[in-house]
Design a protein around this ligand. Structure first.
Ligand SMILES: [Zn+2]
Length: 263
């Protein structure tokens, strides 16, 4: 009898484990965290070019069937994109060598929308992180940390989104992001897998020394920029899959990021 009970307990435990490990897509809502690339995609004001799509073919082919194909060209850092550690660290990993474990992981979302609405130059503080942990528990190693500022509501209005849209001039940008101390806490102490944000940069718009970029790059942590739909994610419980274009030796690249949220 006692052995039977033990056996039942083992079965129950195994069932729970399987349930936890299996990703049952019928129970998940899929959320797109990427903007589309097109003529209105927002780029840094100093970017030498934007996204361009050139038609190679569109219409009835000689064989009588329909055929369409384009060629596209864009700088690595525009639209929803990856910052590979190489972006700000000479010996950091390039885009094609960022481990999948840093691109596919459980996500936590820190919401600073109210503070950013009151101050568009707001930088998330260590206090914001600690406050989040008070409610949601300590941030586990290997978590993808997303900062929600509400800024994607301005997309693709470059002036509203970046604070200034003067071509070739990045000296008057104004938008919220991570503060250096918060980034240090998240990367060096909590060991997050990646930092993501729904603004143009993991450094705030006024930054001239890009401290957050340098902190993450020095620790081989990638960044995800210009994300969207973060308002549809819970503070905890989402799974993020953020797969960039696998550019050999790239400093970043276009990123298709999605989230799975249990219904
Ligand atoms: Zn970038």
């Amino acid at each position: 009898m006692k052995m039977l009970t033990t056996f039942a307990l083992i079965i129950a435990a195994a069932a729970t484990l399987t349930e936890r490990q299996a990703v049952d897509l019928s129970r998940q809502t899929m959320i797109d965290l990427s903007h589309a690339y097109g003529p209105s995609t927002v780029f840094w004001p100093t970017s030498p070019m934007h996204f361009t799509l050139e038609r190679l073919a569109f219409g009835k082919s000689e064989g009588g069937y329909f055929y369409a194909a384009n060629t596209f060209c864009m700088p690595e850092h525009g639209g929803t994109h990856l910052d590979a550690p190489l972006h700000f660290a000479e010996s950091g990993r390039p885009a094609d060598q960022v481990p999948l474990e840093q691109l596919i992981a459980p996500a936590l979302v820190i919401d600073i929308t109210a503070r950013a609405s009151a101050d568009r130059d707001y930088r998330a503080t260590t206090e914001d992180v600690l406050q989040f942990e008070k409610t949601n528990g300590k941030i586990a190693r290997g978590t993808i940390l997303l900062l929600r500022t509400g800024w994607s509501r301005y997309w693709p209005d470059a002036k509203a989104y970046l604070g200034d849209d003067a071509p070739g001039d990045a000296s008057k940008l104004s938008f919220p992001s991570y503060g250096a101390d918060a980034a240090k806490l998240l990367v060096e102490q909590r060991g997050v897998a990646a930092l993501g944000i729904d603004t143009a940069s993991i450094d705030y718009g006024r930054s001239t020394d890009f401290q957050v970029h340098r902190i993450v790059a020095a620790n081989n942590v990638p960044g995800f920029e210009n994300l969207t739909n973060l308002d549809r994610l819970p503070p905890r419980g989402a799974m993020v899959i953020a797969l960039p274009m696998k550019i050999e030796g790239g400093s970043g690249g276009p990123l298709r990021a999605v989230a799975l949220v249990r219904r």
